[in-house]
Design a protein around this ligand. Sequence first.
Ligand SMILES: [Zn+2]
Length: 467
Amino acid sequence: MPPTASSRPLAVVVACALLAASAAAQRPSPPSTNHWLDAYRDTAAQLIKAATADDFAWRRLAELTDTFGNRLSGSDNLARAIAWAADTMRKDGLENVRTEPVMVPKWVRGRESAEIVDPPRHELAILGLGGSVATPPGGVEGEVLVVSSFDELRGRAGEAKGRIVLFNAPFTSYGDSVTYRTGGARAAAQAGAVAALVRAIGPIGLRTPHTGSLQYGQGVPPIPAASVSVEDADRIARLTARGRAVRVRLTMEARFEGEIESANVVGEIRGRERPDEIVLLGGHIDSWDLGTGASDDGVGCIVTWEAARLMARLGIRPRRTIRIVLWTNEENGLRGATAYAQRYAADAANHVFALESDSGVFEPASLGFTGSPMARTIVREIGALLTPIGFSDIVAGGGGADIGPIAQAGNAPTMAYLGNPGRYFAIHHTPADTIERISPDEVSKAAAAIAVMAYVIAEMPERLPTR
Ligand SMILES: [Zn+2]
């Protein structure tokens, strides 16, 4: 049965909301007394109950990751996963299910290895960085120059020629540390290095290198680059600090094999009154070629899709359209997001809200929001409906690489489902990104939270104010 909704004008809602917010600021845990929400409470409770009643969503994630494995752009695995997702969405009763073609780059890792040749011979745990070029067939060999920052490399640029530069910057936050993965090869090449190694971008693991994209610079020769485990990076750093010269040989077969047609998968619950207004939810279906891309980002696809599946199953058809997009090629090109923004450029302003789940679902999780203060007040109030599943507040800052282009074009408020970063970045872009790390409960709660948030925003009489 379709839900009923409050008909209170937005101004009143917001005025009440602001009053409630300022009162709430004086109380540590505000009771959810926002009467405008009363119209949504029953449906929200239904969605939470259905999402958390069993481990359906986790089992679907297991089906995705077991059946298709990891899903790098251009791979057969990804193509099969996309076909399965579209087919399964149709069986779920989603509407207008389609695959929207996108050309994506096909990068292939090939065989790769690295070793300290002296002193003593030691095999390094490495992973070539996505987009890297190959070494010559016999590998490149050179003495390692260890630096802990770009500044140190600039200061010692005269020592880099013909050597392998190891960026050994300790992990602080992903946003800061990842600059060595994306920009290390370029900086090393500018200084004349023959290859670059980058300390794994993650908290200490179990000798786990982390892959991810690099970016070569214009006018700078592309040199082969790989991530090296924290343990191996530290070992090289200790040896050189004692004055020992460390020679490393790196061998990589990485290459591009042109472009291949892939697709974004799209499915909807068409809005009953304003079908042209879109509440956009999604994750990316591609992954790196390691593990099974369970956290990054199989689970983001499953939990957003599950929000729509639950609505279809419960017969909930909100005022606006709920649109699920499983994006392709987030990891090494963002072609899916770019193609979507181009295809729907004329409808950008009809995207009233966009949510991306691409940070895993590890608890404690939160929802982050980016939008106007007025919109923020409203989503925080909606967030009160999530207290039964442990959400206390909506944190500041929420967006995503895939929703970015369309949300920016349409000035749409954005939200991110944010899993615990400590657990997420421990396995991010590694062979350890498998479903064993994720509990069914975490998947169910994420689906419930996203379903409730999307439902209320799609159902409210007035659209969420723009950014
Ligand atoms: Zn991702």
